[in-house]
Design a protein around this ligand. Sequence first.
Ligand code: SF4
Length: 203
Amino acid sequence: MKSRPSILQMLPKIDRKTYAPFLERLKIIYSAMDKKYQEAADYYNFHCTGCDDNCCFTRFYHHTLLEYFYIREGYHTLVNEKKVEVKHKALEICRKTREADEKGVPVRLMCPLNVNNLCLIYTYRPMICRLHGIPHVLQRPGQGVLYAEGCEVFTEQCQGKERFEFDRTPFYIEMAELEKELKQAVGMTQKIKMTVAQMLATF
Ligand code: SF4
């Protein structure tokens, strides 16, 4: 029996013409997300100017092919020298993370795209980087409603203010539907779970 190709074998073979229209639709979802986030930030008068506990240190996993391709678009806007630098950092981070995991020790490494507290591909950053920091609500099918708190800086800056209803659910639903369509279009059934560093290492 023929074994199913791995995600890493499939990704380079997917033609840009197939996924480009999906990225246009992703931009619309991101734009609505950014608008809602800004509304909430304005309500709280919350300003993220970077902090010691930078969320770019967090090992976030991303689960969509959409985000993989959009981050790749962002990566290709960088000049060659920067691309080489970022890819080198990404490979190092993957190696250090693997080694730490094997030893069972915690590891805290900055995302390879963060330079001097700025994201090199800010316009192309994935969903969680757009939404992190502000308290939100998530309606999970069959599991009830999750009320999540904001980040530490948010709590310091904005505690005591009445909660703004920031519901992530419609964005998660739209992303999931678009992702499903994209996966059907490219014939992929495998699940994705990758950090930004792991993605960059494949570019
Ligand atoms: S993609 Fe950009 S915003 Fe997201 S963790 Fe990396 S540097 Fe930070």
